[in-house]
Design a protein around this ligand. Structure first.
Ligand SMILES: [Zn+2]
Ligand SMILES: [Zn+2]
Length: 181
């Protein structure tokens, strides 16, 4: 009869010890996912080792809320969200809010977008062509070149003006000089 009691005590004691060990192991794995700080890891495991179930309860109350994987995923999500909002709603120069179809920042006059050379829709600088009419981004640049050609064609005329103005001035001088002499 006494041997049964002893056996029961051994089995029961072993179960309690195994339960205690499993609590400690679970705590060790859990805190390893939540903190890289060795002191916090040791403290958490020690808490459960020393106080068993009550220690585990304290650990569950005090442990970091997120695992490191969860915190990393959340930081990535926030970063993506910021990047998405950033270029559309804030001027890259003065950081004040601007609307999606603004060509220029109304606060600092920085050019935010280019107008389509064909239909005038605002184009993001990262787009290759217009989403409304399909005109390529190269089109406005080609249109700009004849304009510069016109400008160079204008230069002789502009040069002509000062020289003719100079001649007129000389003529005026010449006209004025004889009477003064
Ligand atoms: Zn601005
Ligand atoms: Zn267009």
């Amino acid at each position: 009869m006494e041997s049964y009691v002893a056996l029961g005590a051994v089995v029961g004691g072993t179960a309690v010890v195994l339960f205690w060990v499993s609590l400690v192991v679970w705590t060790y794995r859990d805190i390893r996912d939540r903190s890289q700080d060795l002191a916090i890891q040791v403290l958490s495991v020690f808490l459960v080792m020393a106080f068993s179930l009550i220690g585990l309860l304290l650990y569950l109350i005090l442990r970091p809320r997120e695992t490191m994987d969860e915190a990393y995923a959340r930081s990535l999500e926030e970063e993506a969200l910021l990047r998405e909002i950033g270029p559309d709603s804030a001027c890259p120069s003065c950081r004040r809010s601007v609307e999606k179809d603004f060509l220029y920042c109304p606060h600092c006059q920085t050019q935010l977008r280019e107008a389509c050379g064909h239909c005038g829709r605002p184009l993001s600088f990262s787009w290759l062509g217009c989403p409304s009419c399909g005109t390529g981004r190269g089109a406005p640049a080609r249109a700009a070149q004849p304009a510069s050609g016109v400008a160079t064609a204008d230069i002789p005329v502009l040069e002509g003006l000062p020289s003719s103005a100079g001649k007129a001035a000389k003529a005026a001088k010449a006209a004025k000089v004889p009477p003064s002499l």
